[in-house]
Design a protein around this ligand. Structure first.
Ligand SMILES: [Zn+2]
Length: 450
């Protein structure tokens, strides 16, 4: 269909402006690589940012200072109460052998787990690959440590799909094991890496079901335990966990923005989550998303963009084990005076961006697709329907369009929630490209009616 001449002219003028903005973002961003400098500071000063921890409190103070020194407007905290779970010292998992030294397995407690009694739990192990297999085991599960050992499906190209197909064991394993009469649950780490680094992550108990301790085994430890179970009918393991849940702690989301020049009451949010697990440094998950949001706003300012609508950075607290930040932001009375136009989040690692997801009414995707050639120019032209991210989903439920940055995904679960999630795993150019994609998308959203 031919468009009227006036529409074509407006479109091409807007596209020419957008190309100029993109060119400024690229020339400043790829030379200065500001996102990486911010990530270095964040991972050095606040590497462990689990909700309720000292590290999380340091991170809140640090990013507020960063926003102030970057010259953002309206920098402030929005207070929330967050869950406070602590790993505690010395967690251990040992295969017990009579007359010989035990074999240590690589282990870490899952977030939210109860601890064991002081001497730990010693019991026989029952290996299963699914909740259905556990149910079929009937009474043989009683008194055992249930070992969930279904790996992420390596044949899937999209590692997030592979994660989605296995993570039920981590989240729900303890409750299923307790229902079956088990005394503890071990879960194969959610990773595709061939190493022995255990990966933590949130788990959940169920009302009315006994709370039993639960922990993740490194992939090689899981293989070793499984091999022993195949050789011998009876394998006994001792599990010691010192973790505990403390009362909720005060914390905050951190907010800063460029005020809109025409409609300051209209808001476009760029976000990441400031909390991370107590393993590694939270470099990819989600330090990357936080610094990309900060850098996107910095680059827009540096390019001299005066957006029609406000572009706001929100760094949410507590995505990992409660989503209190995302919920708190959506429920805050300040939202009543504002009109959110769109929200985007980067929470899939700081790898080279390939595109983004779009979550909105049925025609939104086709309206956004008209920008595809701009994003193709930075290798990020894959625009697909999909959820934006956990932090922004409470706003998505109000019908506001949400977007999620889609980076290359082959390595994310090698690092995710583990001691391997450190700054050296982040490539400065790839990280910066993600910030540029977010800046461009925020600019386009602010200048148009989507
Ligand atoms: Zn995350």
């Amino acid at each position: 269909m031919m468009l009227p001449v006036s529409v074509r002219c407006q479109d091409s003028a807007a596209t020419a402006d957008a190309r100029r903005v993109l060119s400024s973002l690229l020339s400043a961003g790829m030379k200065e690589r500001g996102a990486y400098a911010l990530l270095r500071e964040l991972t050095r000063e606040a590497p462990h940012r689990l909700s309720g921890s000292q590290g999380a409190a340091r991170a809140v103070r640090l990013v507020q200072r960063m926003m102030d020194s970057l010259g953002f407007a309206n920098v402030h905290r929005e207070d929330i109460a967050v869950p406070h779970w602590e790993r505690g010292a010395a967690e251990r998992c040992t295969i017990v052998r009579s007359g010989a030294r035990g074999i240590r397995l690589s282990v870490c407690a899952l977030g939210g787990s109860v601890g064991t009694q002081t001497g730990g739990i010693t019991a026989e192990v029952l290996e299963v690959r699914s909740f259905e297999e556990l149910a079929r085991a009937g009474d043989t599960a009683r008194g055992k440590i249930i070992f969930f050992n279904r790996p992420m499906d390596a044949s899937l190209v999209n590692t997030f799909e592979a994660y989605g197909g296995a993570v039920d064991q981590r989240f729900g394993g303890a409750a299923e094991a307790a229902k079956a009469g088990g005394v503890a649950a071990l879960v194969r780490s959610m990773t595709l890496a061939d190493d022995d680094v255990p990966h933590t992550g949130v788990m959940g108990y169920r009302d009315g079901v006994r709370k039993i301790p639960t922990a993740a085994l490194g992939a090689r430890s899981a293989d070793r335990l499984s091999a022993m179970l195949h050789r011998s009918a009876m394998v006994t393991v001792r599990l010691v966990l010192r973790c505990q849940t403390l009362p909720d702690a005060p914390s905050a989301n951190v907010v800063g923005e460029i005020a809109g020049s025409v409609h300051p009451e209209n808001v476009i949010v760029i976000s990441g989550h400031l909390d991370c697990w107590d393993k590694g440094e939270g470099a990819h998950d989600d330090g990357a998303g936080c610094v990309q949001a900060l850098e996107a706003l910095r680059l827009l300012q540096a390019a001299g963009v005066r957006p029609h609508q406000s572009i706001r950075v929100v760094l949410y607290m507590n995505e990992e084990n409660g989503s209190r930040g995302g919920k708190g932001y959506a429920q805050d009375p300040r939202r009543e005076k504002e009109n959110h136009v769109a929200l985007m989040e980067s929470d899939r690692g700081g790898f080279a961006p390939r595109g983004f997801t779009v979550d909105g009414d049925s025609s939104l995707l086709s309206r956004v697709m008209r920008w595809q050639s701009l994003f193709d120019a930075v290798g990020a032209g894959t625009i697909t329907q999909g959820g934006g991210g956990a932090d922004i989903s409470p706003m998505a439920q109000k019908g506001i369009p949400c977007f999620g940055l889609l980076p290359e995904n082959q390595r994310y679960f090698d690092y995710h929630h583990s001691d391997n999630d450190t700054l050296d795993k982040v490539n400065p150019r790839e990280l910066e490209l993600g910030a540029i994609v977010e800046a461009l998308l925020a600019y386009l959203l602010s200048e148009s009616k989507i």
